[in-house]
Structures are given as C-alpha cells and as structure tokens.
Write a protein that binds this ligand. Structure first.
Ligand SMILES: [Zn+2]
Length: 175
C-alpha cells in the first residue's frame, strides 16, 4: 500500500493550512520558509510540524524539475509558473513517481493546480481542508514519540517525559 502525503505550497500555509492537523506527513520546499518568514503564528506552526516530523523540507531533484518544466512547456503554461511553483510540482512528481507516495498537492494557485492535472498529480484546494473542523487533543511524548488518545496525565507513562498536547482531527477523512 502506498504512503499518503501532502505537498504544501505557500498559498496553503497563508490560507491557514496547519501541517500539524493533517493526518499524513507533508512536504514542502525551502523557499516556503523564506516566503512565510521566521515570525508569527504560521512560522510557529511550521517549526512545530518540522520538529514533530509532520513536515519535511526537501529539494526536488534536477531531473524532476526538468520533467515538470518540459510538461509545462509542452502545454504552454511554463511562463505562468515561478521557480518555487515548478519546485512544488517537481516535489509532488518525485514523491509520487519515484517513491510511490499517494500524494496530493494542497494549493490555491490555479496555475499549480492546472499543471498538476497535466502531470496526473492530485491536488486539492485549501477550501477543502477547511470544511472539516472537528478537532480533538491527544497527548504526545516528544522523547519516545508515543501518542496517547485518552490519557489525562501530563507525564509519559513509558519514559517519564513531559507530554505535550497536539491538535488532531477526530474523523477518518483524508484531511
Ligand atoms: Zn515517552
């Protein structure tokens, strides 16, 4: 079975997608960090997600970028895409085609969405991720990485480390 994952672009983060509340791991490119800036609520979300292993910063290979650029040129949409746009798509392409991820690109950018479709990559709009708002809190041990669903204590019963609360979706929907 393939692993499910998301690729997040800057529009996703700016529109309020929180990688910590996504059910699966997510990926993005370094440029997103520059665009968001190391300040404010969005940065804290990103930093937390990176620390918890929910968000991975990754540079797509030159080969993947070339694949995307070629497809974009063939379809005449190349000029509509910025370098970060190309890299977001290349990352999605690479994870899907080389590592068999069932990947979805979360973006509100139409040019990214259209090019994703041309490359047979799945994408979803940020709006879709906002429909489901039922959250619960689970306890998480940052030392041994165990999660506790209904545990009320503040100390990890396995390793004795202090637990932190994590927001998590209640339902079993993809997001
Ligand atoms: Zn623990």
């Amino acid at each position: 079975m393939s692993k499910k994952g998301y690729v997040l672009d800057t529009t996703a983060i700016i529109q309020g997608v929180d990688p910590n509340s996504l059910k699966c791991e997510s990926f993005t490119i370094r440029e997103l960090l520059d665009e968001i800036g190391e300040i404010g609520k969005r940065w804290i979300r990103i930093k937390t997600a990176m620390m918890l292993g929910k968000l991975t910063i990754r540079e797509p290979s030159i080969r993947s970028r070339e694949k995307v650029e070629q497809a974009a040129r063939d379809y005449g949409v190349y000029n509509k895409l910025s370098t970060p746009d190309i890299k977001i798509l290349a990352l999605g392409y690479e994870l899907h085609n080389e590592e068999s991820y069932d990947i979805e690109i979360i973006s509100d950018d139409y040019d990214i969405q259209n090019t994703a479709a041309l490359l047979s990559l799945k994408y979803i709009s940020v709006g879709v991720t906002k429909i489901r708002k039922t959250f619960t809190y689970i306890k998480y041990c940052s030392a041994c990485r165990r999660r506790y669903d209904k545990y009320k204590g503040t100390i990890c019963p396995v390793c004795g480390h202090r637990l932190i609360s994590l927001k998590q979706l209640v339902n079993k929907e993809p997001l």
